[in-house]
Every structure is written in structure tokens, then in C-alpha cells.
Design a protein around this ligand. Structure first.
Ligand SMILES: [Zn+2]
Ligand SMILES: [Zn+2]
Length: 339
């Protein structure tokens, strides 16, 4: 079968490899769609800091084979597997930090989602972290479950309330999902970016925008949020200028959520007395729990979040390099690999 794999010093390379063999408690899935994520690109380009070099995790597919001990799945099931899951028993799990569980990043798809087939390890199967998708939802849209789950977790950690105005900094694929999700929750939203196609995307779904390439971003955000500033600013980019700008654009007593992963070693020049004087809270959000996965899939299935517009490009595995180029150009939103 074909698979895009990371090879040392060469980035991602398309290879002909053997189809994975599964054990008694494992599952083999045929990939239907797998979204390119910023973390995949960071892994490919050599800048990733939070895990191993397995690429392709925003995936949906069809069960091809189940191990003899797996009773609750069968060949032909349409599913979204979660690439990481927690143990459910350790200190972190029982104290509200499932994504900080020491087991959370221990297991991976083999060889990853950018392959015709991949193996789901027993730990993930045992924890039930494979979700059946109803026939009403396409598997392409279902592949957005994991990224949407990450957005849900970020809003929960930020203590989002009804009536809050939320500024989203960085309208890439994740920023775009935040906009769709916030729309479904009836929160006023302001989109901030520098790239014209991204601002245009936000406008096309009815979101007010601030062009960060000109003018004064905090002033512009304030004028679109009752003169106070955003109640919540989500930084859906790792750009340190956006982090500083988000803090300045947040109202007194408001919250800034760090969501996009900055490059390792990023330092920002922020006067911390301002945070206390203005009582601005900083929170961060990393990955998604199983509860978030379940809720995200439900929102997609019930069409409460319309993810279809967020998917702008589809490429077969053979054109993986081209897909990467489109992703990095910032022209598109979600780029899917459909092997
Ligand atoms: Zn992702
Ligand atoms: Zn745990």
C-alpha cells in the first residue's frame, strides 16, 4: 500500500510499504479522508516539539479488519478513531487534565493517517476511542471531528459564556473551525488575520473582520466589541505578534486562550503587571479529550456546525507534496488527503 512517511532529513516521502498486520485487540482502518494539520507540517519541516514523527491524525475511514478480541466493531463500520487517548485512572485523568495523562501520547496510528490503511493500537481500541459515524455525515466532514474537538476543549477551558464577543486571531483551518463553532453557539465573533483570502473566508460566513496588516488591531477589535475589547481572544496561530496583539485586544477581566503552538523557544515582550492590573487571564489548550470527541462528532452529525465550507482542497496521496504547498501558502482552509 502507499503511505506518506517522514524520513530523517527528507521530510515526507511517498513509499510503497506493507499493509500493517493487526493483533487480537487491534483494528485496521481503510483511510477515506485525513486532514493536514499544522502539527503534521511542523513535523515534516522539522520544527515540532510535542511528540513523535507520526503524521496524519485527523482521519475518518472504514473498518477493514478487526482483531478476534474486538467485539464492538465490524468490517464496514464508518468510523473516526482518536489518535491519542488517556488512561482514565492516573492523577491527571482524575483531576481534569486527560490530555496531560502520561499515556496520552504513548500510542500512535501505524503508520499514520496519510496511508491507504492504518493500524489502531490496542490501548486506543480498549478505551473505546473509535467512534461510529452516522450515515448522515460524509467521512470527509467526519475527518474534522478531532480538530473541532480541540476547539471545543479550548472554549471550555476559556470559560466561554453566552453573549461574549470572541476575537479569533489567525484564520487558518483551525481559526475557521472556531468561527463556525462560535456561530453555532450564537457568540459574536471578530476574525483577525493578515491574509486577504482568510479575511475573505471569514466575511463569506458572515463574520466581521480586522485586517491586521494595517491599522491598530486592539483599537479595531475594541470598536467591534462594545468599545471594551473582546471578552475572549483565541490565538489560533503560533505567531508571537498575534499573542501580544490578542492580550491588548482583550477587555479588562477577559481571557486570552493560547491555542496555536508557537515555535520552541518563543519569547514575548509583555509587561506582566498589565495582566494583573487589567485582570486578564491567560489559558492554554492542548489537544482534545474523549468527551470533546463525542461532542464534536455530534455537532457535525446534527449539522449544528457546518464544516463543509472549511474543506477547500482534496488531494490523493500521490499529490501529497502539492497538498503541503497549498497548506503552507495559506490559500486554502482544510486540505484533505483522500488516498
Ligand atoms: Zn490536528
Ligand atoms: Zn491517565
Amino acid at each position: 500500500m502507499k503511505a506518506a512517511l517522514i524520513e530523517n532529513g527528507r521530510g515526507a516521502v511517498l513509499r510503497e510499504v506493507e499493509r500493517p498486520k493487526i493483533g487480537k485487540g487491534e483494528v485496521l482502518i481503510r483511510t477515506v479522508a485525513c486532514g493536514l494539520c499544522g502539527t503534521d507540517v511542523e513535523r515534516i519541516r522539522g520544527g515540532y516539539v510535542a511528540g513523535r514523527s507520526v503524521i496524519g491524525h485527523e482521519v475518518a475511514g472504514i473498518v477493514e479488519e478487526v482483531g478476534e478480541e474486538v467485539r464492538w466493531l465490524r468490517r464496514g463500520d464508518r468510523v473516526v478513531p482518536h489518535h491519542h487517548t488517556n488512561c482514565g485512572e492516573c492523577y491527571y485523568c482524575v483531576n481534569g487534565s486527560p490530555t496531560m495523562c502520561p499515556d496520552y501520547r504513548r500510542y500512535h496510528f501505524d503508520p499514520g493517517g496519510f496511508a491507504e490503511y492504518f493500524r489502531v493500537p490496542e490501548f486506543i481500541v480498549k478505551r473505546g476511542a473509535i467512534y461510529k459515524v452516522s450515515d448522515s455525515l460524509s467521512l470527509e466532514e467526519a475527518s474534522l471531528t478531532e480538530p473541532l474537538a480541540c476547539c471545543l476543549r479550548a472554549l471550555r477551558r476559556s470559560g466561554l459564556r453566552e453573549g461574549w464577543t470572541v476575537a479569533v486571531f489567525g484564520i487558518g483551518p483551525m481559526g475557521a473551525l472556531f468561527l463556525e463553532l462560535l456561530k453555532s453557539l450564537d457568540n459574536e465573533t471578530v476574525a483577525v488575520d493578515v491574509k486577504p483570502p482568510r479575511l475573505k473566508f471569514a466575511e463569506s460566513i458572515g463574520v466581521r473582520t480586522v485586517d491586521a496588516s494595517r491599522g491598530n488591531v486592539p483599537e479595531d477589535v475594541r470598536s467591534l466589541s462594545g468599545g471594551r475589547g473582546a471578552d475572549l481572544s483565541i490565538v489560533a496561530t503560533g505567531n508571537s505578534v498575534a499573542i501580544l496583539s490578542a492580550i491588548k485586544s482583550t477587555r479588562n477581566g477577559g481571557t486570552v486562550c493560547l491555542f496555536g503552538l508557537p515555535p520552541k523557544g518563543t519569547k514575548v515582550d509583555q509587561d506582566f503587571s498589565e495582566l494583573l492590573v487589567r485582570e486578564v487571564s491567560l489559558v492554554s489548550s492542548n489537544a482534545a479529550s474523549e468527551d470533546d470527541m463525542v461532542e464534536a462528532l455530534r455537532l457535525l452529525e446534527e449539522r449544528r456546525v457546518d464544516a463543509s465550507k472549511v474543506i477547500t482542497h482534496r488531494f490523493p496521496l500521490e499529490r501529497f507534496e502539492e497538498a503541503l504547498e497549498i497548506f503552507e501558502s495559506g490559500e486554502g482552509m482544510k486540505v484533505l488527503i483522500t488516498p
